[in-house]
Design a protein around this ligand. Structure first.
Ligand code: SF4
Length: 301
């Protein structure tokens, strides 16, 4: 068997990716999880300049809400912003404006009211007046204005990483588990007992057909062992230590595949840097000592 890590996609959607990893340890899967949560750069509003706020909420409160709005963009633009962030820090930014007033009746201001104004710091080709960065959802409430109240501001979004602030976290959840192996030891049980077993499982792993309990969704098992504790004579559940299932749920700003690629790039860069540092340290330690100066005949001071 090859000892190289392998990956198989089990499920792929807009905001969800489930993969099976083989020939890896839980520590390896955890390093990917941690990189996804805290090291993959993403875009979030980082500075808000208020020109008017007559709502019932403080500026800080509204700024905090704005910071938590996830944004979507093309992968090309993301790569350009990420490149700028890694090489120039906070030099690149995306500017939005918000200018809303409740004229005749109370009004809820949503993320969709944010107006894309442009990108500063990088050259990015776009059509005239094209919106290339926008909130993942237009219906995230920001503030509710009473009749006559107004809010006007400029919001500046910058790239950052989740280890500095959760608003820069590109994923909602990342988890891993051993691949579950669920075996029915004694499938032929009365329907009433089978239903109790089926209903005890929170992940709907079991079904009942033609008088027999069957496993219908093995990978959904969370290894909670609830069924084994209640019915050890009917089922057996264990994790396969040679396979790890990694589940990635995103906020919708970028496809989970892209986020996984960036997380692996980040880990690769870190390991290369560590490798270079270890090599330098070993070379310095093992380098032959310079020859000693010949003694005698000279005058010492
Ligand atoms: S271990 Fe938990 S999730 Fe898995 S089959 Fe049993 S009850 Fe269901």
């Amino acid at each position: 068997m090859s000892s190289k890590p392998t990956l198989h996609v089990l499920e792929g959607k807009d905001k969800l990716l489930v993969v099976s990893l083989e020939n890896v340890t839980p520590a390896f899967a955890n390093s990917i999880r941690r990189a996804l949560i805290s090291e993959v750069p993403t875009l979030a509003i980082d500075e808000v300049i208020f020109t008017e706020n007559t709502s019932g909420f403080w500026d800080e409160y509204i700024a905090h809400r704005l910071g938590l709005i996830p944004f979507k963009m093309s992968e090309d633009l993301y790569d350009a912003l990420r490149d700028c962030y890694q090489n120039h820090g906070n030099d690149c930014q995306v500017v939005f404006s918000l200018n809303e007033e409740a004229l005749e009746r109370p009004k809820t201001v949503f993320s969709g009211h944010l107006r894309f104004e442009g990108i500063e710091g990088i050259m990015f080709e776009k059509e005239r007046n094209e919106v290339i960065v926008e909130p993942v959802s237009k219906y995230i409430p920001i503030v509710k204005l009473n009749k006559g109240q107004k809010i006007a501001l400029t919001a500046i979004a910058r790239m950052g990483v989740g280890k500095n602030h959760a608003k820069w976290q590109p994923v909602t959840a990342v988890g891993y588990k051993y691949k579950p192996i669920v075996k029915v030891l004694n499938p032929e049980v009365p329907e009433e007992k089978a239903n109790k077993l089926i209903n005890i499982c929170p992940r709907r792993v079991f079904g009942y057909t033609q008088g027999r309990i069957v496993v219908i969704n093995e990978n959904a098992c969370s290894l909670c062992r609830e069924c084994v504790e209640k019915y050890p004579d009917i089922v057996r559940v264990e994790g396969d230590p040679s396979k790890i299932i990694l589940t990635i749920e995103t906020l919708g700003g970028l496809p989970p595949r892209k986020l996984l690629e960036v997380a692996l790039e980040v880990l690769d860069e870190r390991l290369s840097a560590l490798h270079d540092k270890i090599s330098d340290a070993l070379n310095a330690f093992l380098a032959p000592a310079p020859p000693e100066a010949p003694s005698g005949g000279g005058q010492s001071f």
